[in-house]
Design a protein. Structure first.
Length: 367
């Protein structure tokens, strides 16, 4: 195997793929990336057995075809350390890979390509294409609400629901719920639901870099695959049943407040400074057209904010984790935000006032 490539052309797909590779591995070959050259098409594959990423680039000249695995981080660090515009000559002989550039020469250990695990190529049952910016928006608007290491393993990921041609992303950690619905219609697709694991979600969001380019998503029974011109990403799915999220949506919230998203966000940010570091609780006191936000901590320090808002209901006092409210206000983009509340023990529904594509439910706290 032998080829030449510019450092800049190799570095981008290599960095993307190396991001999938875990530093600590049980199998030595999982620390490597698989390089495969066929004519002038070079593919670079990395995997941790849960997700797999294949980056592709076209070389100016066809090299000697072949495949080999080399250490992912070391090859990426070598490329990063070389000057911009440098050219690399890559060759394999006697079980070693040699990278030359100018007066620099690096010899890397290799492992045979046959040892590299291959995620099964099962046929997908559902296929659709959207813009990368649209897929990234679905993930960014809901991903923060995913659980991290919950024993309810099906919460450590994102639920994708295809129903009646509508694609919806849902995430919850049991304390808050985030829903974002793709505005378009996906025609001729049967209903299905899958749970994409947390790592798969984060990697997929990282790859959505070309806003207007398309990404084709294939859903199978065990895997999700996303393909663009530059890469193919495959992730195993979580085998579990996601809770019925629609039951959580507040139905009888009759106390509606509307206010400036930025003003609310800034006020919550300031009061959060003096909230209890562990519980992050803040108290919201609602009266006619006024919202008071109060935070205390065990050192008996206190922060108070008073805001003018649109509210005409009865007085209400309710507590929330301020971090959850700030997460929602951070991903919403409308100028104003609507809180729908009913009583101190019921969840709040947050959304943009101009009827956006996202809904958020936050459970209250007892303070």
């Amino acid at each position: 195997m032998k080829f030449s490539v510019s450092r800049d052309a190799l570095l981008k797909p290599l960095n993307l793929v190396a991001g999938v590779v875990e530093r600590r591995q049980t199998l030595p070959v999982l620390s490597n990336v698989l390089l495969n050259l066929d004519g002038n098409r070079l593919s670079i594959t990395g995997t941790d057995l849960e997700v797999e990423l294949v980056g592709r680039l076209t070389l100016d000249d066809a090299g000697e075809a072949g495949e080999i695995t080399v250490p992912a981080r070391k090859l990426a660090d070598i490329c990063k350390s070389l000057p911009d515009g440098a050219d690399l000559q890559f060759s394999v002989a006697d079980g070693k890979a040699t990278v030359r550039s100018g007066r620099s020469r690096f010899t890397l250990a290799t492992l045979p390509a046959r040892e590299f695990p291959n995620i099964e190529d099962s046929i997908g049952t559902h296929q659709f294409t959207l813009k990368q910016s649209e897929l990234r928006r679905l993930i960014e608007r809901t991903g923060f609400a995913m659980a991290q290491q919950d024993v309810r393993y099906y919460l450590n990921g994102m639920y994708w629901e295809l129903r009646a041609g509508r694609l919806r992303a849902v995430a919850t950690d049991g304390h808050r719920l985030a829903i974002c619905t793709y505005p378009g219609t996906l025609k001729d697709l049967e209903d299905t639901q899958v749970i994409l694991p947390r790592k798969g979600v984060l990697e997929l969001a990282r790859l959505m870099q070309k806003d207007d380019d398309g990404v084709t998503v294939i859903l199978g029974s065990n895997h999700l695959r996303a393909t663009t011109e530059d890469f193919t990403f495959t992730s195993k799915l979580v085998d579990g049943k996601f809770p019925d999220y629609e039951r959580v949506l507040p139905r009888s919230a009759d106390k509606i407040l509307e206010g400036s998203r930025m003003e609310l966000r800034q006020a919550f940010t300031r009061t959060a400074i003096l909230s209890n570091e562990k519980y992050r609780g803040v108290r919201l006191k609602l009266s006619e057209n006024t919202l008071e936000i109060v935070a205390n901590n065990p050192e008996q320090e206190q922060a108070e904010e008073s805001l003018s808002i649109a509210y005409g209901g009865d007085s209400l006092e309710i507590g929330f984790n301020v971090g959850y409210l700030l997460d929602v206000l951070g991903v919403l983009s409308g100028e104003n935000v609507r809180f729908s509340l009913s009583d101190p023990n019921s969840s709040a529904l947050l959304e943009e006032t101009d009827g956006g594509d996202s809904l958020y439910v936050v459970m209250p706290m007892r303070l």
